[in-house]
Design a protein around this ligand. Structure first.
Ligand SMILES: Cc1cc2nc3c(=O)[nH]c(=O)nc-3n(C[C@H](O)[C@H](O)[C@H](O)COP(=O)(O)OP(=O)(O)OC[C@H]3O[C@@H](n4cnc5c(N)ncnc54)[C@H](O)[C@@H]3O)c2cc1C
Length: 592
């Protein structure tokens, strides 16, 4: 082993992996109780949360009367009844308090004329249990995530949280089933670092990057779910991936739903507002899965726009230049740079883009990671927590409502941080690590660095992402998914023989990309297996050959386990249908 591949050990109380909104909110909370460190692949304010545009949902009632019960009703319905209702109730009840807390930290929200936080309409959000309109999304123009991330980072620094930036996590360390740290790679200098912790919270973000057309940043490769599966723990509901209807054609970048919330609408090549037919009540603000399929159906039916007839148009110019520049300045810029379109004058060409990972690491509503115990009943993994897009609480079920992710980050980040802090405070010492702790992660890095470069990695990753899009996208079928499984087996075999061309240790992004590719392959295998098994359509998972939701057969969560040799085994667990307090509200009106 060369000198710089030596192992450095750190002892920390609470360890957070990931510095997006969820990780920072958790670190802030834990940091108030115990010594807390964060490790992050990218500098904290470059996490994907920075690009969140439309806002954070909370029933503040600043525009019209709202209630957390209405919010809960919308979230349960939006989840296509796959969301766990105790966690959903918890999130919706906590929402106003986390937003006011952010306001008090100094997050620069947009304001109404009377000085209160500006709230805008968003798809799937209603009042009076689906009967009225509501403005629920609390926004800082169209840069809410940017404002949130900077506010939280400052608070963490003030709190004395330690940051290890540009460290890449390779392995989660479990000792007799108890979490006791992680192994990471120092991206800047090279070298292994073992973070020996009393508890670990995973906040590594989503996995939408496994699809070719995506709104997600390069880091969104599903590392958390893959690392858990490699540690023998399950991932949950990975087949549920949200395709956002309005990605910029050809680029995938997101045009926020806030554009439609502010009055924008979609057109096909005949200038028809097709969403009026697809969803007569909610129209352009129907749930994202409905609008995505609406666009895909127009394209399939020969009514798409452009020379190839393969996109729809999003019209916003009619709301006026002043309003666009005040409420949606970032969108104007994105449309200009990536589509060459001035949206104050012309419509923006859009296609569905892989956007949000509903699945992830299974947790309970306290952000504690859970796994089936020996008797099959769900048990908590001591010392291991997960929050944000990496986790599956499951508040979004089969489909997430806009603005509910930033909310999820704040509610479960805060709760997970608090739970972890209290757990760490109750542990008098660190667990002993075994001799072999971290050996799998080290072996993988050495294999990738030391083997002869047999194959360039970039094309393999691009082929994987293309295959996922072609065979497991907005529409899925048995034959497509079987073909995908065959292709994934081929990609796995290629990866097993791959080593990186850059053999250096300092800032070797070739190595990081290869490690990410390994994680993506695990995630893709679980997505494909779960999607093939699930013979129904629900939320983001649409089977052309099983177009109906099948509650008798499939009203359950998927658990995926990695088997030796790279196969994936599936198990299932029931959806939690018991809210914490509200069984009498109109949720009782739930229609199946
Ligand atoms: C363009 C866009 C717009 C959006 N707009 C909205 C919106 O308006 N409202 C809303 O509610 N939601 C929105 N979302 C969704 C929401 O922004 C994300 O779900 C959320 O920000 C994810 O936050 P996170 O903290 O879970 O992870 P991220 O912000 O993705 O951060 C992940 C962190 O994990 C770290 N990490 C990853 N892998 C490793 C590893 N192996 N080792 C060490 N560190 C690692 C990274 O460095 C990073 O710090 C949007 C998403 C996108 C892509």
């Amino acid at each position: 082993m060369s000198a710089s591949m030596n192992l450095t050990t750190h002892r920390v109380g609470a360890l957070v992996v990931g510095a997006g909104g969820a990780g920072l909110r958790a670190a802030l909370e834990a940091g108030r109780l115990v010594d807390t460190a964060v490790i992050s692949q990218v500098f904290p304010t470059r996490s994907h949360t920075v690009s969140a545009q439309g806002g954070i949902g909370a029933s503040l009632s600043n525009v019209e009367h709202d209630d957390w019960r209405y919010h809960m009703y919308d979230t349960v319905k939006g989840s296509d009844w796959l969301g766990d209702q105790d966690a959903i109730e918890f999130m919706c009840r906590e929402a106003p308090s986390v937003v006011i807390e952010l306001e008090h930290m100094g997050l620069p929200f947009s304001r109404m004329d009377d000085g209160r936080i500006y709230q805008r309409a968003f798809g799937g959000h209603t009042s009076k249990f689906g009967k009225g309109e509501v403005h629920r999304s609390c926004a800082a123009a169209d840069r809410t995530g940017h404002a949130m991330l900077h506010t939280l980072f400052e608070e963490c620094l003030k709190q004395g949280v330690h940051f290890y930036n540009e460290f890449y996590t390779l392995e989660i360390l479990l000792q007799d089933g108890v979490a006791c740290g992680v192994l990471a790679w120092d991206m800047v200098r090279g070298g292994f670092h073992l973070f020996h912790a009393k508890a670990v919270l995973l906040a590594t973000g989503g996995y939408a990057r496994v699809f070719r057309t995506t709104s997600n940043a390069h880091i969104c490769t599903g590392d958390g779910a893959a690392l858990c599966m490699r540690a023998g723990l399950p991932s949950q509901d990975l087949e549920f991936l949200q395709f956002h209807p309005t990605g910029i054609y050809g680029a995938g970048n997101l045009i926020t739903e806030a554009v439609r919330g502010e009055g924008g609408y979609l057109l096909n090549c005949k200038d028809d507002r097709f969403m009026e037919v697809c969803a007569p009540t909610e129209k352009d603000l129907a749930c994202r899965d409905v609008v995505s399929r609406g666009i895909a159906e127009e394209v399939r039916g020969g009514r798409g726009c452009g020379p190839q007839g393969d996109y729809a148009l999003l019209k916003i110019d009619h709301i006026g230049k002043d309003k666009i520049m005040e409420r949606l300045p970032g969108i104007w810029e994105l449309a200009m740079v990536f589509a060459g379109v001035d949206c104050t004058k012309e419509p923006i060409p859009v296609v569905p883009t892989a956007h949000y990972s509903m699945g992830g690491i299974p947790t309970d509503r306290f952000a504690r990671v859970v796994t089936p115990g020996d008797d099959g009943a769900e048990t908590v993994v001591p010392g291991l927590y997960a929050a944000g897009e990496a986790a599956c609480a499951s508040v979004h079920g089969a489909n997430r409502l806009g603005t509910n992710s930033l909310l999820d980050l704040m509610v479960f980040g805060r709760e997970g941080g608090r739970q972890m802090g209290e757990y760490v405070a109750s542990q008098s010492s660190w667990l002993d690590l075994s001799e072999s702790a971290g050996s799998a992660g080290m072996a993988e890095v050495r294999r990738l660095l030391n083997g002869p470069a047999q194959r360039a990695m970039g094309p393999l990753m691009e082929q994987l992402r293309l295959d996922m899009e072609m065979h497991c996208g907005v529409f899925r079928t048995e034959s497509d998914l079987r073909e995908l499984k065959g292709k994934l087996a081929g990609h796995r075999a290629a990866f097993a023989n791959l080593s990186v061309q850059d053999k250096g240790l300092a800032y070797n992004l070739d190595l990081i990309e290869a490690l990410e590719l390994g994680h993506m392959l695990d995630v893709c295998s679980a997505i494909a297996e779960g999607a093939l098994a699930r013979r129904e359509s629900r939320g983001g998972h649409y089977r052309d050959d099983y177009p109906r939701r099948d509650d008798a057969g499939w009203h359950k969560h998927t658990l995926a386990f990695l088997e030796p040799g790279g196969g994936v085994g599936l198990d299932y667990k029931p959806v939690r249908m018991q809210p914490l307090t509200v069984d009498s509200i109109a949720l009782a009106e739930r229609k199946y």
